[in-house]
Design a protein. Sequence first.
Length: 395
Amino acid sequence: MELPRFNFARKTRNRAPEVKSAPPLIALSLMGAPRWSGRDFRTLAREGVIGNAVAYRCVRMIAEGAAGVPWLLYDGDRELEAHALLSLLAAPNPHEEGTALFERWYAWLQCAGDAYLEAVSASGEVRELYALRPDRVSVVADGRGWPAAYDYRLDGRVTRIARDASGFLPVLHASLFHPLDDHYGLSPIQAAGNAVDVHNAGAAWTKALLDNAARPSGALVYKGPDGAPSLTDDQFVRLKRELEEAYQGASNAGRPMVLEGGLDWRAMSYSPADLDFSRCRDVAAREIALAFGVPPMLLGIPGDNTYANYREANLVFWRQTVLPLVARTARALTKWLAPRFGDTLRLGYDSDAVDALALEREAVWDRLSAASFLTLNERRAAAGYSPVEGGDAMG
């Protein structure tokens, strides 16, 4: 019997066939349970932020947008142009300016569901602020379950940050809502963990498919002549080696495969078109964006017809995601830090500095300008500005 030839560039010699002793086998593959990645901070940061472009972009958009909103300080109803608290927020420590510190603060809140800010005091006055990495901080609860101190772990050393002599706890802890935890928050990445795994697995599968010359998995079925039940050992080894050398890899994409000697190709997996793979990844990306509160249109994800245009989507992003986060931080800083500088101080934010809200502000101003039944100060109050002298008269 002549040995089947799989490479025309090589001739073979006649020899007696060596029949494989193994009996015929049937390989049955059933779908097993899905394998999800871990939900601890390091795994979520590695798989959900570092390894996923959609989640990374969501974190960056929220953190950079929120950190770029300027702070305002009020003493009662009067806005203060200059104050030690404003100077501290603008230059919180010798290593970074205020925007960079709060960008990390907001980013960690999105990545971990928790963010920590430490106040360093000297001579009874707060002089510096530092953002602490959340995976290094743990809550120390008192007998009633309320946070009494915080432990900071670094290089095997534990530093306890407790209340000072005045009763001030120099750590501000912000957390997103978690239904099953009293102290730690639930991050958007953890809530979207399944979608992140699907999106990442799709990228890995696509890369593996491209490395295999964009060919889905399959099998070569041998129907030997003259009733030969299977390939010989030498034939099997040589066929496998030639397939790996001549047809596997992206560099061999498009090379035709010549089948002879009773060989037949049978696909053993679905093609990307059969799986509608791109749509599957788009759905996963939309779920990730939904968990963060970022309109998918802003991320370039197709298929979103919810918003009339990009401008409306950007407005919704700022109104429903970024500004509520900034307002929450302003209230937390007011309660935690403002009393160290004055009992009547209150922190706010300047939404007029947000370019995305420019058209909305113009519409409000036009309506207020046309409201002749309101005084100047009433119009200013409706627009979010402080009153001016002589502005209570009609006309």
